[in-house]
Design a protein around this ligand. Structure first.
Ligand code: FES
Length: 105
């Protein structure tokens, strides 16, 4: 398991980019749930963010790829608009133990 941080470091409604040795991830906290995906757009295989920690669209309802604007549902990572409809962000599993958030794969 890889420690991502303390749960209370991640604010409600925000998105975070975290670069690990072997993978870059996007972590989101929404309605007190966490969603963790590989930071890789299925359209062209590049990073998603506009700027550091900026992964959400203007209305903060979807993850948006900065390159061509694909929109992905936060809940499951499915592309619902843009150049790759139906494709998925790769979901990563995590675990919370004693107030700490760990990536488990
Ligand atoms: S690279 Fe993400 S929408 Fe094209």
């Amino acid at each position: 398991m890889i420690l991502l941080g303390n749960v209370d470091e991640f604010d409600e409604g925000e998105s975070y980019g975290i670069d690990l040795d072997t993978i870059s991830i996007v972590l989101l906290r929404q309605q007190n749930r966490f969603f963790v995906y590989e930071n890789r757009c299925p359209h062209r295989g590049i990073r998603l963010e506009w700027q550091p920690n900026q992964f959400l669209d203007y209305e903060r309802q979807f993850i948006q790829c900065a390159m061509h604007g694909a929109l992905f549902r936060i809940e499951d990572g499915e592309c619902i608009a843009g150049p790759c409809p139906g494709e998925m962000l790769k979901a990563l599993s995590y675990r919370i133990e004693e107030g700490k958030l760990f990536l488990t794969e």
